[in-house]
Design a protein around this ligand. Structure first.
Ligand code: BGC
Length: 776
C-alpha cells in the first residue's frame, strides 16, 4: 500500500544530524511532538509535554511494568479465555514547573513568544528548550529548561529550569509540582490499539511526607497491589531574594518559590525527581529508597548526571550508530532518532520487557509482544548484547506463567502470552491473540540467534534450553501426524503474523518456525547431554524430560507439513488462503485504511488481504530454506496483497525486496519504516512510537542494504551494489566488526578481537586486527 511520506516542514523542524529540533510551536504537530520528544531510559518515561502543564494532548509518565489489572468482561466468555487485563499506569506527573510573573501564568500557547527552540539532543540525552517570552507590559523573559532521564541511575530524572528577566524587575512564582492529571476519556473500543482505559482512579495514596523543598509520595494500585514512591527535591540558585513553601495532599505535592526577580540575574531552579516501584514492597520501604536517592542526587548536582549520560550514550553510539551518505542529511537525522528511541525503550528495562510503544504512551496498554524478540532483539544482540540477554531473561522469568497458560488452553509445555506485562495472557481477542502460537517460536528464534551471535553458552545452559524444551513440547502437543496429509505433521487452528487471516490450518510461517523450534530444542538437549552432565541433569529435573521426547520432536520436524502450491509455485499462506476471494484494492479508498478500523473482521478474514509480512517474514528469518526463485515468486504474489496496516511490515518487505532485486521498492519500504513515526505514516504517532519499526529500520539497513545473513551465527554479507555510503558496527562473540560500504567498495575491519571469520558473498574472509579487507 502506497502511503504518503511527508515529514513536517523544515522551517518548523530544521535539520540537525544529532538533534530533533522544533523551531516554533505549532498546534498542528503538538500531539505528535509529545511522543517524539519523550525522554526515557527504559525504566522511567516522560512524554514531551511542557513543564508549564499545557497545552497538552496527553500527559504521560510511565514506569516500565508498573500496571493495574482489571477483570476482562466478555458478553460471551468461553473456557480458557484470558481473564485479567493489564494496563500500564499513567503515574503522577513530576515534570510540572509553573511560572507566574506578577501572577500572570506563563502559557506557552497564548504567550507572545519572540524566540523558541525545543530539541531532543541524542548525544547528550536531554530535551532542551529555550523560549523568549514578552509579557503584555513588555517585560522579556528568557526561559531555559532541560530534561534528563538518567541511563546511569534508572530511578532518576532531573530538570534544570532557569528564568532570567531581561529588562525589568518582576515578582516570580515558580510552582514545582507532582500532580495526578484527570483520567483521559475511556477508549470506547473503536480502536483496539489504544489502551483500554480504566474508568476509576487506580492509585491509592498511602503516604506523603515533606521536608524543606522535598516531598515524597507513596502509592499502591488498587487491584494489582504494586507499590510506587515518587519524590522531588530542589535547589535554587539566584542572587535575587527568595522564599519557598512546601505543600502536599491527596492529589499531589507542590513546592512554591517566591522570588523578587531583578534584571539579568538568572534564577536557576533544579528539580531532582526519583521514582521507585515494586510488585510487592510496602510504599514505606520504597519511600526510604526515594529519600536516600534524593539525598545523593541533590548532592551530585545536574552536571554529574549530564556527564554520566554522555558517557553512556557515547558508548551506545559507538556500538550502534549507522552512518549513511549525507544526502539528503534529513535521513541521517531520522535514522539516529530511530536508533535513539531503541535505547530509550530498552536501556534500563533491566528485568522487564520492552513495550510495543516503549514508554512513550499507554497505547497497547504498555504490553510486551513478539515485537521484542523479532524486531528489537537483533539490534540489541549486535550492538548491546547485555541488553539482549536481559530481554530473554525476562522471558525466562515468566516461563512458569507460560506453563500455566499452556494448561489453561489444554496443552503441554509452555505457551507464552501474546500480550502481557506480568506474564499472564492479557489478550481478550483470541483470534488475533492467543491463537498466535508463533510467539513461542519467536522467543526460541531469539534465543538461538542470541546464543549463536554472542556465544553465550551459559545462557543456553542455565535458562535458554529450558525455554526451548517447553516451547518444543507445546508444538509437539499442538500439532499431529495427519493421515490425510501422508503422515505429515500439521498444525491447525492457529494465526500467523498476518492478523487479517486468523485461526487457520497450517499457516506456513508458523510451520516453518515451529520446525526450527523443534529442531533446535532437540539439538540443544543433545548437545547439553554430550557436554555437561550437570546441566543435563538439571534440565531433565526442571522440565521432567522423558525418554523419547527429543526423538518425537525430531520426527515432527522432519515430517513438518509445509504447504506448497505446485501450480503457482508459491507457498500458500495457509491451507485455505489461495481459495479466498481477492480483496478489491482498486475500490478501497485510502481513507478505509487501516482496514481493521473500517471493516468487520469477518469481511477481512474471508479475503486475500494481508496486514503484515507473513510468509515474507519466514523468508527473511529462514531464508536458507527457500530457493531464490521461491522467494521471488512468493514476494511477487504476497506483496501485492499486503496493506502494511501494521508498522511491523514495511521493514521486512524491504529486506526481501532487496534480496530479490527490487531495489527501488526495497528502498521505498525502508524509508517507510524509517519515517514511520517522524512522517506519521499511520496517523497515530500521537499515541506513541512504533518501537518494532525502529528495530526493523536497523534490520532494513543491516540485513537489507548490507545484505547480512547470519544463519547459525555465520555472518555473510551481500551488500547492495548501489550504496553510496554506509557504515556500522556489529558486536559478534565479543569482537567488534566495522563494515563500511563506499561507492562500490566494501571494507571489513576487525576493530576489537583477535580473529573473526565472515563471508563476503561466497568468499570466506578471516579477519585479523589492523588488517582491513576490501572487496568491490
Ligand atoms: C501487529 C502485531 C504486533 C502488535 C504490537 C499489531 O498491529 O499486528 O504483530 O505485535 O501490533 O505492535
Amino acid at each position: 500500500m502506497k502511503r504518503d511520506l511527508i515529514l513536517p516542514p523544515e522551517i518548523l523542524y530544521p535539520i540537525d544530524e544529532w538533534r530533533w529540533v522544533e523551531s516554533a510551536l505549532s498546534s498542528q504537530f503538538l500531539a505528535q511532538a509529545e511522543t517524539i520528544f519523550t525522554v526515557s531510559n527504559g525504566y522511567l518515561g516522560l512524554r514531551g509535554t511542557f513543564e508549564e502543564g499545557g497545552p497538552a494532548y496527553q500527559h504521560g509518565t510511565f514506569v516500565n511494568g508498573f500496571h493495574e489489572t482489571w477483570l476482562i468482561s466478555y458478553a460471551e466468555g468461553a473456557f480458557g479465555f484470558a481473564t485479567t487485563g493489564q494496563t500500564i499506569t499513567n503515574l503522577p506527573d513530576p515534570k510540572i514547573i509553573r511560572l507566574y510573573v506578577d501572577n500572570e501564568p506563563f502559557n506557552i500557547s497564548t504567550a507572545r513568544i519572540l524566540r523558541y527552540e525545543r530539541a531532543l539532543d541524542m548525544r547528550a540525552g536531554t530535551l532542551d528548550r529555550e523560549v523568549l517570552w514578552e509579557t503584555a507590559d513588555g517585560r522579556q523573559l528568557l526561559v531555559e529548561s532541560r530534561r534528563l532521564v538518567s541511563f546511569f541511575e534508572k530511578h532518576v530524572a532531573v530538570i534544570p529550569y532557569r528564568v532570567t528577566v531581561l529588562n525589568a524587575r518582576a515578582a516570580f512564582v515558580l510552582s514545582s509540582e507532582i500532580i495526578e492529571h484527570p483520567l483521559p476519556e475511556k477508549n470506547e473500543y473503536n480502536d483496539p490499539r489504544l489502551a483500554q482505559g480504566i474508568a476509576n482512579q487506580v492509585l491509592c495514596q498511602q503516604m506523603a511526607e515533606g521536608k524543606g523543598q522535598r516531598v515524597i509520595l507513596g502509592y499502591r494500585t488498587k487491584r494489582s497491589g504494586m507499590a510506587l514512591a515518587c519524590g522531588m527535591d530542589h535547589t535554587l540558585e539566584t542572587d535575587c531574594a527568595s522564599s519557598s513553601e512546601t505543600k502536599w495532599g491527596e492529589h499531589g505535592a507542590q513546592v512554591v518559590f517566591l522570588i523578587d526577580a531583578e534584571p539579568n540575574k538568572p534564577i536557576a531552579l533544579t528539580k531532582y525527581i526519583t521514582y521507585h516501584s515494586s510488585p510487592s514492597d510496602e510504599t514505606g520501604e520504597l519511600s526510604v529508597h526515594a529519600g536516600r536517592t534524593l539525598d545523593r542526587i541533590v548532592h551530585h548536582g545536574f552536571e554529574r548526571f549530564l556527564s554520566d549520560q554522555r558517557v553512556y550514550l557515547d558508548d551506545f553510539w559507538k556500538q550502534s550508530d549507522i552512518q549513511i551518505s549525507a544526502q539528503p542529511p534529513r535521513l541521517q537525522q531520522c535514522l539516529r532518532w530511530n536508533l535513539f528511541q531503541l535505547i530509550q525503550a530498552a536501556g534500563r528495562a533491566d528485568d522487564t520487557g520492552i513495550a510495543a510503544k516503549g514508554l512513550t504512551s499507554q497505547t497497547y496498554d504498555g504490553h510486551y509482544f513478539w515485537d521484542m524478540e523479532m524486531y528489537v532483539l537483533p539490534f540489541l544482540i549486535y550492538t548491546s548484547p547485555r541488553l539482549a540477554r536481559n530481554i530473554l531473561q525476562y522471558r525466562y522469568s515468566i516461563l512458569d506463567k507460560a506453563r500455566e497458560r499452556a494448561r489453561a488452553v489444554n496443552q503441554k509445555g509452555a505457551l507464552f502470552p501474546w500480550r502481557t506485562i506480568n506474564g499472564e495472557e492479557a489478550s481478550a481477542y483470541y483470534a488475533a491473540g492467543t491463537a498466535q502460537y508463533h510467539i513461542n517460536a519467536a522467543i526460541a528464534h531469539g534465543i538461538i540467534k542470541y546464543v549463536d551471535v554472542t556465544g553465550d553458552q551459559d545462557f543456553l545452559h542455565e535458562w535458554g534450553a529450558e525455554i526451548l524444551v517447553e516451547t518444543a513440547r507445546l508444538w509437539f502437543d499442538l500439532g499431529f501426524f495427519s493421515v490425510r496429509q501422508n503422515g505429515h505433521f500439521c498444525i491447525h487452528r492457529v494465526t500467523g503474523p498476518d492478523e487479517y487471516t486468523t485461526v487457520v490450518n497450517n499457516n506456513a510461517y508458523t510451520n516453518f518456525m515451529a520446525r526450527e523450534n523443534l529442531r533446535f530444542a532437540a539439538d540443544a538437549v543433545d548437545k547439553i547431554q554430550a557436554s555437561s552432565e550437570k546441566h543435563y541433569h538439571t534440565l531433565v529435573l526442571k522440565t521432567e524430560l522423558k525418554p523419547g521426547e527429543v526423538s518425537d520432536w525430531r520426527r515432527a520436524a522432519e515430517q513438518m507439513y509445509i504447504p506448497f502450491d505446485s501450480r503457482l509455485q508459491i507457498h500458500p499462506q495457509d491451507d485455505q488462503f489461495l481459495n479466498l476471494e481477492p480483496w478489491d484494492f482498486q475500490n478501497t479508498p485510502l481513507d478505509k485504511y487501516p482496514l481493521l478500523l473500517n471493516f468487520h473482521p469477518l469481511v477481512i478474514y474471508r479475503h486475500q488481504v494481508i496486514k503484515q509480512a507473513d510468509i515474507v517474514l519466514a523468508m527473511f528469518l529462514l531464508g536458507h530454506e527457500f530457493t531464490l526463485e521461491q522467494k521471488k515468486r512468493n514476494f511477487d504474489y504476497y506483496d501485492e496483497l499486503t496493506t502494511g496496516d501494521s508498522s511491523l511490515s514495511a521493514c521486512i518487505q524491504s529486506i526481501i525486496a532487496f534480496e530479490v532485486g527490487y531495489d527501488e521498492r526495497a528502498l521505498n519500504y525502508l524509508i517507510n519504516a524509517l519515517l514511520m513515526d517522524l512522517a506519521d505514516v499511520g496517523g497515530n504517532v500521537k499515541n506513541g512510537c512504533h518501537i518494532a519499526s525502529m528495530g526493523g529500520t536497523w534490520m532494513g539497513v543491516v540485513y537489507g542494504v548490507a545484505g547480512l545473513r547470519d544463519y547459525g551465527g555465520q555472518l555473510t554479507f551481500y551488500p547492495n551494489k548501489k550504496v553510496q555510503f554506509l557504515q556500522f558496527h556489529l558486536t559478534v562473540r565479543g569482537q567488534i566488526l566495522a563494515v563500511e560500504i563506499k561507492e562500490g567498495r566494501v571494507t571489513y575491519r576487525l576493530e576489537q578481537g583477535e580473529k573473526l571469520t565472515i563471508y563476503h558473498r561466497d568468499e570466506q574472509l578471516d579477519l585479523q586486527p589492523r588488517e582491513p579487507v576490501h572487496r568491490s
